[in-house]
Write a protein that binds this ligand. Structure first.
Ligand code: MF3
Ligand code: CO
Ligand code: CO
Length: 269
């Protein structure tokens, strides 16, 4: 093991070794497989609490642990954020209707490693505006990932996402960000989805973090509902999000949470 590994940078960001990449890969792939397997459960007439119960069972079946159950009082194995819900939607008995778009966000713990990922789904027929929002949001995540390599900065990631999204006349949510992770759920740094090129801490091989941009069709402002979790767009516009857990390699990024089935688009059948 290289002796620089395992240290914290001056910004408190952990540098991980090669064995840690393998741990993150296993956790990330498990979380991603659950997102693959949940797709057939999304349809008009379904409730998000039934989807969440299925996710909780899938986590158990593979011998993993849910990172969200019991986290700061949260009680569910997923966050399910429908239409104008930006993130942290609580699974409920509310019935999905035709054309609803939803983000499902799952975090599992496998052998102590955290795999955190989310994708968009649709109940029934995907509307044209919603489809464009979802495509821009997914591409925004990958613009961010393409900016990941040693020597670039976290500001380069945020700038790549923000400039792409705003050129499509959509907006990037500022009130929530990605985060370091590894053997903990949320660690430094805050990974902003907006910013200036060259700003922020420098990326180093062995850093693990999420990129999870939330993009709105309208304005970027959000508010949190009285349940203290559910974040919604203030102007009620549609919002979308995709999240990957990644590690910085010598030359770029390893995406731990890529779909094992090659799935990410809500209309794969
Ligand atoms: N998975 C979310 C994230 O991307 C965090 C959810 S915390 C919960 O960071 F408690 F709301 F589940
Ligand atoms: Co996350
Ligand atoms: Co997440």
């Amino acid at each position: 093991m290289d002796d620089f590994k395992g240290r914290l940078t001056k910004d408190g960001i952990r540098i991980h070794d090669t064995a840690s990449f393998a741990g993150m890969h296993r956790a990330g792939q498990l979380a991603a497989r659950i997102l693959d397997d949940v797709a057939p459960l999304v349809f008009p007439g379904q409730t998000t609490e039934v989807i969440d119960a299925a996710i909780e069972q899938m986590v158990k079946d593979v011998g993993a642990t849910s990172a969200t159950i019991g986290y700061r009082g949260y009680k569910h194995a997923s966050c399910i954020s429908v239409n104008h819900v930006v993130c942290h939607g609580i699974p409920s008995a509310k019935v999905l209707k035709d054309g609803d778009i939803l983000n499902i966000d799952v975090t599992v713990i496998v052998d102590g490693w955290f795999g955190d990922t989310s994708r968009m789904y649709v109940a029934g027929k995907l509307g044209r505006k919603a489809e464009r929002l979802i495509e821009v949001t997914h591409e925004a995540l990958f613009k961010g990932i393409e900016a990941v390599k040693p020597g670039n900065t976290f500001g380069d990631i945020g700038h790549a996402i923000q400039s792409f999204v705003e050129a499509q006349r959509m907006s990037v949510v500022r009130d929530f960000c990605g985060h370091g992770l590894g053997q903990v759920f949320h660690a430094p740094p805050n990974v902003l989805h907006y910013g200036r090129a060259g700003a922020g801490p420098r990326l180093e091989e062995g850093m693990f973090f999420t990129i999870e941009p939330m993009v709105n069709l309208g304005r970027p402002e959000t508010k949190v509902l009285a349940d203290d979790w559910t974040a919604v767009t203030r102007d009620k516009s549609l919002s979308a999000q995709f999240e990957h857990s990644i590690g910085v390699t010598a030359t770029g990024a390893e995406i731990f949470t890529l779909s094992p089935g090659g799935k990410f688009h809500p209309t794969w059948g």
